[in-house]
Design a protein around this ligand. Structure first.
Ligand code: IVH
Length: 689
């Protein structure tokens, strides 16, 4: 583990100011990633540690507290795309406790604050802390009228339409419910639904989500409600905002009313007479955690008596009457049996830890990532070591560190191979990269198979009935060694193979024949050139038009002082690094043969230049903020394919701004200049889906 930072007491004011500025900026960035991109950059534990450090520094150097310090705010600024809603009662956050002592201190603080009679217990309610997204639901005259995300705590986004698709959220309340009711709770995706969703996403070649929380966030903040409706989302209710009359005298009774009104309330909640009972509830909940179909990351304790809650009130971002007792990250120790090196399509060598199977938080783990060469060296992980494994919400477990006092005497520092473990070619590592790469190209079986898999994948040749599994089997039996071989497969040979018959073999041959005619951009993408994704392939196809023209230009561009080279690097969105990869690819002897053989069997269709009557032809467009339906390069290529010019900055020359969540300064500038701004949904409609 890393060294602990110096005590704030030992910092000079300059040091404190420096560290404060750095931490504040980092936390602000984490907030942005978490709240706006649904893609946390650090684990919760790291985040909490940074925020605590900032609080500690501010406690010692109060001058450093500014209104925009992350300690004074709940979340990140809002993203656009949804209408904003101001919360009549702010949606706040919770302070954290990491140990039993922190919980004892919490109750002691409450006693000091309220000073109740000595024999009067501070009754707490202990509730699982659901790891989802908090929402606020407003009911007027017993009807659900509006629902919002937390946003920055004061202002959230209107996601009413999406919330209406969630079965746990009642559309109406019983007649005896107050006229104005705001119920707060957590929307989450069950783990089982998350796994099924990711399987579907993967099969369809779509983005997979890192954890259920991100999947829930991504599903809830869809502009297209039918997508939300197609995802399984659930909700637990646990708090309230504005109420036209107080619903109960205690939190415990309020939970009962929530149930009567038709909300789901978590059944693990416990009524605790003192700290000991609260800590026992924490252990009970921790024990069943692995069996739950939803993620929880701690236990929330709330003062039961509502009049006490009111008296206790809030400190900056959190109530004094509640605290979150966090669980430690799910860890286990096991033995590192081996380190395997996997070789990817572009030759990158990735180390994978092979472990003695161990259960971590209810899931059996036998592989974990070691990331790359530097990570292994930094942690000094050795084969034979007992290692700490961690599963922190994410799907891929990680090796945290070796347990040094259990290290076998003969364990040697791991030497990362300098040659490809599959083909024996030299593996090199460019100075500015973390990955070491096999230089074997298509000589390397691993790269060859991975490239063939890529060749037939969904966005490339997409041959029906020819999946990755078949490619591996055909490759192993020598039927397909290079892409062009696919088009020479013999029906009779396939029909003889296990699992195939006359008809299925014929279907495959027909499906392959259907793809003999392929658009140029798909063809270029299918080659699997490093850094050439769909968007870049499209740019190349757009620029050069035909396969012949592209090949001729790439041959000419091998000379750095040629016009062909400058044309290539000057394509907006390509640049020297991508150009170098493209040129190296076409220069390589095996690849030249692959291209020649493919050209002989295929009919590569020239790129269809956009019809000039497209509504965006000739317009200058700026994309800003997060796009949800497509990547930025894809959006850009699409616009360009329709004859638009895509620019990176807003100016008087801009015709149209397409703004996703978090569009920030560009969005503002467009507003100042009075430039038409539309969201992603409207953009897709404009260009025809
Ligand atoms: S009470 C004013 N209860 O945790 C206190 N929050 O870190 C309002 N959360 O924003 C929150 N389970 O998203 C409360 N049983 C629970 C919770 C819970 C999860 C979330 C909620 C909140 C965050 C604070």
């Amino acid at each position: 583990m890393s060294d602990s930072p110096p005590n704030p007491d030992d910092l000079t004011p300059e040091q404190a100011a420096g560290e404060h500025a750095r931490l504040a900026a980092e936390i602000a960035e984490h907030n942005r990633l978490y709240y706006q991109e649904d893609a946390p950059g650090v684990s919760d534990a790291e985040y909490d540690a940074q925020l605590r450090r900032l609080q500690d520094i501010e406690a010692k150097f109060p001058d450093l507290i500014t209104p925009d310090s992350p300690t004074q705010k709940v979340g990140a600024p809002l993203s656009s795309g949804f209408t904003k809603i101001r919360h009549t009662v702010p949606m706040l956050s919770l302070g954290n406790a990491f140990s039993d002592d922190d919980v004892t201190d919490f109750v002691a603080r409450i006693r000091r604050f309220l000073n109740p009679p000595e024999d009067e217990p501070v009754v707490l309610v202990a509730e699982p802390k659901i790891d989802g997204l908090s929402v606020s639901l407003r009911y007027e005259n017993q009807s659900f009228v509006r629902g919002a995300t937390r946003g920055d705590g004061n202002e959230g986004e209107d996601i009413t339409a999406n919330l209406r698709t969630i079965a746990d959220i009642p559309a109406t309340l019983p007649d005896d419910a107050p006229d104005i009711v705001e119920v707060r709770g957590e929307v989450y995706m069950p783990k089982s639904a998350f796994n099924a969703l990711n399987e579907r996403q993967e099969a369809a070649g779509d983005k997979v989500f890192a954890n259920p929380r991100n999947a829930a966030a991504g599903s809830l903040r869809q502009l297209d409600t039918s997508i939300t409706a197609s995802r399984t989302l659930r909700m637990f209710a646990y708090a309230w905002g504005e109420m036209s009359e107080e619903p109960a005298g205690t939190h415990w009774w309020f939970l009962e009313r929530l149930r009567e009104w038709g909300f789901r309330v978590n059944s693990l909640m416990e009524h605790c007479e003192d700290v000991e009972e609260a800590l026992a509830a924490y252990r009970n909940i921790a024990e069943v955690r692995p069996t739950l179909d939803y993620d929880i990351d701690g236990v929330v304790y709330k003062v039961n008596r509502l009049s006490w809650q009111t008296r206790l009130g809030f400190v900056s971002r959190a109530p004094r009457w509640a605290i979150a007792h966090k669980f430690p990250a799910e860890q286990a120790t096991t033995i590192l049996r081996d380190i395997d090196i996997q070789v990817g399509r572009t030759g990158a060598l990735t180390p994978v830890a092979r472990l003695e199977p161990v259960t971590v938080g209810g899931v059996v783990v036998s592989n974990a990532t070691l990331h790359n060469e530097d990570e292994i060296a930094r942690k000094d992980v050795r084969i034979g070591d007992t290692v700490v494994i961690q599963r922190a919400g994410d799907v891929i477990p990680q090796v945290v560190e070796p347990v040094l006092d259990k290290r076998p005497k003969d364990a040697k520092p791991y030497k990362f191979p300098k040659r490809c473990p599959v083909c024996g070619s030299e593996a090199v590592r460019p100075e500015d990269e973390v990955a070491r790469r096999c230089t074997g190209g298509l000589i390397c079986a691993a790269q060859a198979v991975e490239r063939l898999k890529h060749f037939v994948s969904r966005n490339a040749f997409d041959i029906e009935g020819l999946g990755a599994k078949h490619i591996v089997a055909f490759w192993e039996d020598g039927l397909v060694k290079e892409p062009a071989d696919i088009f020479k497969l013999d029906q009779a040979v396939i029909a003889e193979r296990e699992g195939w018959g006359e008809q299925s073999a014929q279907n495959l041959i027909d499906a392959i024949a259907e793809r003999e005619n392929i658009p140029l951009d798909r063809f270029i993408f299918a080659l699997g050139v490093r850094q050439v994704g769909q968007a870049t392939a499209r740019l190349l196809a757009y620029t050069y038009g035909t396969l012949e023209a592209w090949r001729a230009a790439m041959a000419a561009a091998q000379k750095p002082d040629s016009d062909a080279y400058s044309e290539l690097v000057n394509i907006d969105g390509i640049g020297p690094s991508v150009a170098a990869d493209v040129l190296a690819f076409v220069h390589e002897k095996h690849n030249q043969k692959v291209l020649k053989d493919l050209a002989a069997v295929l009919d590569v269709a020239p790129f269809e230049k956009p019809a000039s009557d497209s509504p965006v032809a000739g317009k200058t467009i700026v994309f800003t903020g997060t796009l949800e339906q497509m990547t930025r390069p894809e959006a850009k290529a699409r616009a360009e394919a329709l004859g638009a010019k895509v620019s990176g900055s807003v100016s008087k020359k801009t015709d149209l701004v397409v703004a996703g969540p978090g569009s920030g300064s560009k969005g503002k500038k467009a507003e100042e200049l009075g430039i038409e701004t539309i969201n992603e949904g409207a953009w897709l409609k404009l260009i025809g889906g």
